[in-house]
Design a protein around this ligand. Sequence first.
Ligand code: ZN
Length: 200
Amino acid sequence: MAKWMSDHPRSYKYKNFLERRSHSSNMRLFRLFVLVLILSPYVTACAQYSTGQSVEGNPTHFDLSSYPAASDRVMKSVAEWKSVLSGAAFDVLRQQGTEPAFSGALLKEHGTGIFVCAACGNPLFSSLAKFESGTGWPSFWAPIQTGRVIEKTDNSFGEARTEIQCSRCQGHLGHVFDDGPKPTGLRYCINSVVLRFEKR
Ligand SMILES: [Zn+2]
């Protein structure tokens, strides 16, 4: 028997108590660590989507590697565009038209996939960023990837709006407004006729 045990039986009990206490405290810490480890992906995801700051890049994480680069420009003459686009698509894409509200085929599209430019196939919006705005046009809270759409100031109809164009073919897609839902607070109001849906 160790000397301190026979000399100080009370101390032994106290030391044993402290050891047990320390052991259970370590177990609590360990359990907490495991819990944090399990929850960390969710915590990170929440952090990404709660601030509106981390949606740059590719917020919905579809693999876009099979698509041409956003900077790979597509140039055609008016006559060429007319020959490859439907009349309705030409009117919106090349003449800044707007399709009638609630008329678009993709307004109620709720499948999982990628909305690409009907003119050049550029991936523009993810189904994961689509929401029901009630406006009558397909609405998204972010483009699928930074650089896939470009913004232009539009002063037509006597009001300053921000026009959205396709980065590859410069086709008119719609406008962006700042009354959208979280995480960005933006509403990309896009004409259905300029989009083609690719299911994933
Ligand atoms: Zn395009």
